[in-house]
Write a protein that binds this ligand. Structure first.
Ligand code: ITT
Length: 200
């Protein structure tokens, strides 16, 4: 079975490959030219499904199983922002660094140096059998100065519950053990394995 990841985010590709290390996994951009997918839904779930469907359709390979991740960070002191807008928080073409600094500034502007926050990941799975979507969450707090270089996106400002280091400082295997993406992917693996069983 060929698992195709419908993302152009290198950080996600790295983490998803690590989590599905026992399977044959490719980012879709290894198989075709990357193309723009308009994520205009209002939930992580619907946006993940939009990405997975678009890539499944473009692949024209009925044996492919397409996995898409839509994710983001929600900060309590900002009433849940940026949420589904996490990738575009600093503007349409914002880099991870632009987004990170904008979010740290927004928290500072509330007059606090930290806030409770959580990451959400929706993982959509699309195959010849149909489509499904599962979720995972990671809770913790955000701080207003970056620490560490590991991970990607908002990781240098996020301290998971039970730790005193940011995901930028923690080793990648620690993040794999507790992340929103890992939790959702572990559920997605159960769905993927059922597709495999039925085709055998
Ligand atoms: P694709 O749509 O191509 O998958 P994207 O980066 O645009 O890539 P999303 O729309 O799902 O993906 O946006 C997710 C954003 O949320 C991502 O760019 C990060 O800023 C943030 N994010 C999600 N998971 C994260 C994680 O594990 N660590 C740090 N930041 C994360």
């Amino acid at each position: 079975m060929r698992i195709v990841i419908a993302t152009s985010n290198k950080g996600k590709v790295r983490e998803i490959k690590e989590l599905l290390h026992d399977r044959e996994v490719f980012p879709y951009t290894d198989l075709m030219e990357g193309f723009e997918i308009v994520e205009d839904a209002e939930t992580f779930k619907e946006n993940a499904l939009i990405k997975a469907r678009a890539v499944y359709k473009a692949l024209k390979d009925e044996k492919a199983v397409v996995v898409a991740d839509d994710s983001g960070i929600s900060v309590d002191v900002l009433d849940g922002a940026p949420g589904i807008y996490s990738a575009r928080y600093g503007g349409e073409n914002a880099s991870d660094k632009d987004n990170l600094y904008k979010l740290m500034d927004a928290v500072k502007d509330k007059g606090v140096s930290s806030s409770k926050a959580h990451y959400t990941a929706a993982i959509a799975v699309v195959s010849y059998e149909g489509e499904s979507c599962v979720h995972g969450w990671m809770h913790g707090e955000v701080i207003t100065s970056p620490r560490g270089e590991n991970g990607f996106g908002y990781d240098p400002m996020f301290i998971p519950d039970g730790f005193d280091k940011t995901l930028g400082e923690l080793e990648s295997d620690v993040k794999v053990g507790l992340s929103h993406r890992s939790k959702a992917l572990n559920l997605a693996k159960i769905l993927i394995d059922q597709i495999k069983t039925q085709r055998a």
